[in-house]
Design a protein around this ligand. Structure first.
Ligand SMILES: *Cc1c(COP(=O)(O)O)cnc(C)c1O
Length: 368
C-alpha cells in the first residue's frame, strides 16, 4: 500500500475563485497567474479549473510551452519578459505576450526578426523597486517601443507593493496615472489583493486586465485581517494523510524530537503520515490547527520529516486510519484554510502551496 498521504486539487474551487475575481472587476479581462507551476498545484492539474480566465500569466518559458501543449490558443503573458534575446524567438514561435521592464529588452526587440509583431506589456516601477522603468523614463520607453515594427500593441502595466497592507495602492496608482497620462493602450494593475480590496473603487484601478494569483488558489491575500470566508474564496488544494500511530501519554510524557511538547495530563496523540518532506512547514509550532475526521485540533511537538503528531483530545473516536486534513477541505464540509496553517508557522499561504512536495500523490477532483 502506498503511504497514506495525498493532495487533492479542486477544479470546482478554482473555477469559483476565478469567477470571484471576475465579479470584483466585471469590466476587466482576467489573467490567471500560474507561475511556479500554478502556485504548486501543477499547471496541468489546475488547467481545467482555470478555463474561465482570459489568459495565463507566468514567467517560465518551459511552463508557457506546457500551456500551449495543453491546447491553449489564447493569450499567455510572460511577467518578467525575456531573459535574453533568444527568448524572443520562443515568444514568436508560441505567440507569447511579454513584459518589457528594462531598456535592453527593447534593444533585443528592435533587432528581432519576426513575421508577427508582438503584444508587449510595458512595466512601470510605481514604487516597488523591483522591475520596471522609473516614471521619468517611462514615456521615452513607450515612444521607442511604439516606433518598432516588431511591436503590435503596448499595454501599460504596473505591480503594487502594498496592495495587501496598510499603505494600500493610492500612491502607486497616482504615480501610474501621472506616468501614463495621455498614453493610449490597455492597462493592467491589480494582483489579488488589489482586485479584492481596491478594484471596486474605480475603473482606473481595475484597468483592462487584472492579474489574480493567490486568490485563485483559495488563499486570502490579507490574512489575518480578512479570511477566505470574508472574500468568498474556496480552498483549491487539500493536503490530507491518515493516522498511522496512536500513543497514550501520561502527564509529564514528551513527544517527538527535542521533546518539544510535554503532556500536562493524560492524553492521546495521533501520528500523521505527513512531514516536512511532504511540504508541511517544519516551523509549525504546537497549536497549529489540524482537522482529524473533520474536527479541529492542534499539532503538538516538532514536525519531523515524515510525520507530525496531533492532539486527539477533541476527537475521542479517532483510530488508526482516521483522516487528518493538514489544510484544505475536510470531511462533512469542514474547511481548514491554508492561511491559518501558514500564519501559525510564520509564513504565507503562497509558500506552503508552492512547496507541496513531488512525492505527494496528487489527484484532480471536482467539475469546473
Ligand atoms: C505574482 C504576480 C501577480 C499575482 O499576485 P498575487 O498576489 O498572487 O495575486 C500579479 N502580477 C505580477 C506581476 C506577479 O508577479
Amino acid at each position: 500500500m502506498p503511504r497514506p498521504i495525498e493532495a487533492l486539487i479542486h477544479t470546482d474551487a478554482l473555477a469559483h475563485n476565478i469567477a470571484r475575481a471576475r465579479r470584483a472587476a466585471p469590466d476587466a479581462k482576467v489573467w490567471a497567474v500560474v507561475k511556479a507551476n500554478a502556485y504548486g498545484h501543477g499547471i496541468e492539474r489546475a488547467y481545467a479549473g482555470l478555463q474561465g480566465a482570459d489568459g495565463f500569466a507566468l514567467l517560465d518559458f518551459a511552463e508557457a510551452e506546457r500551456i500551449r501543449a495543453l491546447g491553449w490558443r489564447g493569450p499567455i503573458l510572460m511577467l518578467e519578459g525575456c531573459f535574453d534575446a533568444r527568448d524572443l524567438e520562443t515568444c514568436s514561435r508560441l505567440n507569447l505576450w511579454h513584459t518589457v521592464h528594462r531598456e535592453e529588452q527593447i534593444d533585443w526587440l528592435a533587432a528581432h526578426k519576426t513575421q508577427w509583431p508582438h503584444q508587449v506589456f510595458l512595466k512601470l516601477n510605481s514604487g516597488m523597486n523591483r522591475l520596471g522603468f522609473p516614471p521619468a523614463a517611462y514615456r521615452a520607453a513607450w515612444l521607442r517601443l511604439s516606433g518598432l515594427t516588431q511591436v503590435d500593441g503596448i499595454t501599460l502595466m504596473t505591480h503594487f507593493a502594498d496592495a495587501d497592507g496598510e499603505r494600500g495602492v493610492h500612491e502607486a496608482l497616482a504615480a501610474f496615472e501621472a506616468a501614463t497620462r495621455d498614453l493610449p493602450g490597455e492597462r493592467s494593475l491589480c494582483n489579488s489583493a488589489a482586485t479584492l480590496r481596491f478594484a471596486g473603487e474605480s475603473a482606473e484601478v481595475r484597468g483592462d486586465w487584472i492579474r489574480p494569483g493567490i486568490m485563485s488558489y483559495g488563499s486570502s491575500p490579507d490574512f489575518p485581517v480578512h479570511d477566505i470566508a470574508h472574500w468568498d474564496l474556496q480552498p483549491t488544494m487539500t493536503l490530507q494523510a491518515e493516522l498511522i500511530g496512536i500513543q497514550a501519554l501520561n502527564a509529564g510524557s514528551t513527544v517527538g524530537y527535542g521533546s518539544a511538547f510535554t503532556a500536562d495530563r493524560p492524553m492521546r496523540i495521533g501520528v500523521v503520515a505527513c512531514g516536512y518532506a511532504d511540504g508541511y512547514p517544519r516551523l509549525a509550532p504546537t497549536g497549529t490547527p489540524v482537522l482529524v475526521d473533520g474536527i479541529r485540533t492542534r499539532l503538538v511537538g516538532r514536525v519531523s520529516m515524515d510525520m507530525v503528531t496531533v492532539d486527539l483530545t477533541p476527537v475521542p473516536q479517532a483510530r488508526i486510519g482516521s483522516l487528518a486534513t493538514l489544510w484544505g477541505r475536510g470531511p462533512n464540509g469542514s474547511v481548514l484554510s491554508i492561511d491559518e496553517v501558514a500564519h501559525a508557522a510564520g509564513t504565507v499561504g503562497y509558500e506552503l502551496m508552492c512547496a507541496l512536495a513531488l512525492r505527494v500523490p496528487t489527484q484532480v477532483v471536482g467539475e469546473p
